[in-house]
Design a binder for this molecule. Structure first.
Ligand SMILES: *Cc1c(COP(=O)(O)O)cnc(C)c1O
Length: 483
């Protein structure tokens, strides 16, 4: 494919873009439980307009565009107050939870390089439920992740396990509020005490809960302490593009004080160009997400967020009740916010997900890991609330339909075949032929994903990673242009 020889008609270009969406999930319908956090058309519209107002501004240099740093400072101040921070708390606006987490880990690493230069191979302790972004951070930053099991009944971090994993090389402890997979809040107070006892840094991943948990508390829910009021908590990640309902590319990393945040900032004056100083990973930095977040927060407001939270809380309670009434399903952990994790001993959950897809629902498969069996993840957002009864009715029917489905012969065969290769020996040819066998056409996956999910579930994490890496490496490449 080449750059079109002649500039195309603007209308035609936009029509083509619209057309590309035909196969995307129809999130506005409200039947997608995840991926898009939809506050309705009004907030969407405001976010869009604000984004466009600051489409071309560049937050690279806050002295040239003070407008964007002003908005950023105001957003951080509102967020800090929301999660029990005092005036000492500082933060940065980032592109997402992953960047917030990478920066928190980098800050911890560099703080310890100063504090304890004798630590040459730093470690962080991760409960098995910690988000994958911590492994990405570990990988990028050469910090060793030390994974510890969580409580197999509650799926909360097990403080005794964390304590045992602390070594003289530990720099950082991690807890989630709540965890993505199970929606439960780790014992932040106890982990904070442990961090203080060993003089460690402690990051609370509140990507999901930072915005929402304080509202659940105001609505009378027994929300455990998770924020800056807890002694020992030194940093926190909080996504605005999840329950803040801001357009994507919006998250915050917060620190207890400015002294700690200093280690996040990168400066370079050893090249022939302008002196660089970047608090976050990017350098040229879009103003759109900051302006859009500022606008959406102001338009929804505290009363709006509280009402959205009330709806999600009610929806969560009805889902819990409904799921508990379906004999073949069981919740993994007691959901403390708006994320549910559902397993079954009698029905194949991957079949259930496929059956639900036929009925227009999108719910997410989660593979087994640590004490967590294969399961279905459900994130509730505002646009799902009105569907709760239909959802439960279909879920019950799909569970019934999935019981006693005979095991697919492909699964046993593919599991065996993949299981006999070393992950780093997996070739594109082997992967391609396996995918064909599972019903894929090239990188177009089959409608029903249960075979593929079952195979993945049976394999080691390293093999799962090799397979998805090979797949994505194939998906993103040149191909004859599709007209
Ligand atoms: C979503 C999420 C992340 C990662 O955030 P991205 O915005 O997807 O990069 C990290 N932790 C938790 C708990 C999350 O829910």
């Amino acid at each position: 494919m080449r750059i079109p020889a002649k500039g195309m008609d603007r209308q035609l270009v936009l029509e083509r873009l619209e057309g590309f969406r035909a196969d995307d999930v129809d999130w506005r319908a409200g039947r997608t439980w995840g991926y898009v956090y939809d506050p309705g058309r009004e907030a969407e519209e405001v976010g869009k307009q604000a984004y466009l107002l600051y489409l071309s501004e560049n937050a690279l240099d806050p002295t040239v565009f003070p407008s964007i740093s002003r908005m950023e400072n105001e957003i951080v101040a509102m967020a800090a107050a929301h999660v029990g921070g005092d005036e000492q708390v500082v933060g940065s606006f980032t592109t997402g939870g992953t960047e917030s987490i990478i920066l928190a880990v980098k800050t911890a690493r560099d703080a310890f390089r100063k504090r304890k230069p004798d630590i040459t191979a730093p470690q962080m302790v991760l409960p098995a439920t910690a988000h994958a972004a911590f492994y990405k951070a570990a990988h990028y930053l050469c910090v060793e992740p030390v994974t510890v099991p969580v409580d197999p009944g509650t799926f909360r971090a097990d403080v005794a396990q964390i304590r045992q994993a602390v070594t003289p090389s530990t720099i950082l402890l991690v807890g989630s509020a709540p965890s993505y997979a199970h929606g439960v809040v780790d014992p932040i107070r106890e982990i904070g005490a442990l961090a203080l006892e060993h003089d460690l840094l402690f990051h609370v991943d509140a990507c999901m809960g930072g915005l929402l948990l304080p509202y659940f508390k105001r609505l009378g829910e027994p929300v455990p302490d998770f924020d800056f009021t807890v002694p020992g908590v030194t940093s926190m990640s909080m996504d605005l593009h999840k329950y803040g309902y801001c357009p994507k590319g919006a998250s915050l990393v917060l620190y207890r004080n400015k002294e700690l945040r200093r280690h996040q900032i990168f400066a370079c004056s050893r090249w022939t160009g302008y002196t660089v100083v970047n608090p976050t990973i990017g350098s040229t930095k879009p103003g759109g997400p900051v302006a859009a977040a500022w606008a959406v927060i102001h338009v929804i407001g505290d009363d709006g967020y509280l009402e959205l939270a009330r709806q999600k809380l009610e929806c969560m309670k009805r889902l819990v009740e409904g799921i508990e009434r379906i004999e073949d399903l069981r919740l993994l952990g007691r959901p403390e916010m708006s994320l549910l994790c559902v397993a079954s001993e009698t029905a194949n959950v991957f079949h259930v997900i496929d059956e639900m897809k036929v009925r227009g629902w999108y719910i997410q498969p989660q593979l087994s890991f640590d004490s967590s069996p294969p399961n279905i993840h459900i994130s509730i957002n505002a646009s799902n609330v009105r569907w709760v009864d239909d959802f439960l009715k279909d879920l019950a029917e799909c569970v019934t339909a999935s019981k006693g489905v005979p095991p697919s012969p492909i699964v046993a065969m593919a599991t065996q075949a993949f299981g006999s290769i070393e992950p780093d020996k997996l070739t594109d040819d082997v992967l391609g032929s396996m995918l064909r066998m599972a019903g894929a056409r090239g990188t177009r996956l089959p409608e029903r994903m249960s075979d593929i999910n079952e195979v993945l579930d049976a394999l080691s994490p390293a093999m799962r990673e090799a397979i998805v890496t090979g797949f994505i490496n194939e998906l993103f490449r040149q191909r004859p242009s599709e007209e």
